[in-house]
Design a protein around this ligand. Sequence first.
Ligand code: CA
Length: 441
Amino acid sequence: MRLNPTHSPKRKSWVESANVEGCEFPIQNLPFGVFRRKGTDEAPRGGVAIGDVIVDVAAFARAARLRGAARVAAQACAGPTLNPLLELGSAHWSALRQALSRALAMGETGWEQRKAKLAEFLVPMNEAELRLPVAIGDYTDFYTSVFHATNIGRMFRPDNPLMPNYKWVPIGYHGRASSVVVSGTPVARPRGQTKAPDAVAPSFGPCRRLDYEVELGFVVGSGNRLGDSIPIASALDHVFGVVLLNDWSARDIQAWEYQPLGPFLAKSFATTISPWIVTMEALEPYRVPAFKRAEGDPAPLPHLLDASDQAEGGFSIEVEMWLRSARMREAGQPAHRLSLGNYASCYWTLAQTVAHHASNGCNLRPGDLLGSGTISGPEPGSQGALIEITEGGRKPVDLPGGEARTFIEDGDEIVQRGRCARDGYATIGFGEAAGLVLPAK
Ligand code: CA
């Protein structure tokens, strides 16, 4: 762990809502996003969430007279995407985080004057609309949970659920960047080609087995040149931060189209991410050892093996999925939690996936998005997709109010949440990645 005063659980902010027990955005978090005031034609710009407000970063930094790398980094947040900030690299990100933390802290010399001067550069979150925080050039989705891979594999190959390559190579595929949307964007049920096992020919129509996948999305910061690789020891320096990611999945379309080249239209109709990028620096206190491989599993090849990564390359990040049907909303019932998992249960670390991705000379670029793959753990209740929870649609989930689900129905709102907690440190949250499913167009 590389800790500094920004991680101190004792640090409080003069933004009082940030100090309230249970707040997702205490001063130890400081996630980055892009916002503008609702109902205005203001230019979208970079912001940092704290408590129930958004720091208008570039304007705040000018008024707070930030200097040096922090000032340069803050100015890179003035535009409609955070890509210019991502390009600057980890020293600049860290300088900005530390400067913002000091300027927002209560109790440091001059804090009352700073509060009086800087409060006008805070925008109430409920008056803001949040945008996609980065321009995503490429989106890659991995498959790092061995529990998910085994559960899914068992449905297709009961005798041989896990493919022989799984424990050697972090499996992934290239996804679609253009349809990545920010939380709150409705998702229309996709249409596509499907074929029931007993049908003689496929047909085209609305998906009947619509699912979600609970994932995390890693936002690439500084990239690598085409032809160069990224050594595993420095892989995390290339990652800016983490968002919640729901990889919406049309299982019936997927089952028919996926061989031999993998997922295509079953995935590319929408991917929802949360608007706030929690930085890798904010996640330092929640590092854990890499997933412990079972006795008899192969060791990773040398380019995917690093002592420091094995010792603390995992991250303990809880992820949850919630469902609220139209009927539950009408009855005033709260959302129902479908699962609770943890990224620490994934077989491959983030550094391993980054090093693997660039190991052939493929260039990662600022704003690229890397999905973890569905996060499922070994425990009941930790499965990150309905196809696993319902065992392929055979065991429906009961909802409060008498409904049941095998897959998602029109009018369902699917809400992902996440948090990091550790004794002796602040608890930080990720906000949410939510999407309301609309009927097929
Ligand atoms: Ca996925």
